[in-house]
Ligand binder design. Sequence first.
Ligand SMILES: [Zn+2]
Length: 123
Amino acid sequence: MKKMNEMIKNLVRKYDTTNPIELANHLGIIVKLNPYSEKTKGLYVKILDIPFIIINSNLKKEDQNFLLAHILGHILLHFNQDTIFAWENSVFLQGIQENEANEFALRLIAENQTNPINYQLTF
Ligand SMILES: [Zn+2]
């Protein structure tokens, strides 16, 4: 998807980072960890108009990073102003949107192949 690739390149250029936590922060999104059960990989929620992404801290670090990039993809590609809640592993999101969010995450990570990401999610 050409448009998606352009969107990612613009984001990376604008904020000078491929780190999904930094990108989320630049977009006004707060990233948190929480030890959910296996059923919940993570979720997106707006509380008093402030958007949060909450990731299951029981996931492996690489999976946390991928999921964060994946949810950023949903936010940029699929969600709108009215989206106040979305839950990964749920029926809220259609298969095609899942594929697009995965593609977004893979492309974002690929942008940084020459300069590997080295960071951890923290509270
Ligand atoms: Zn998803």
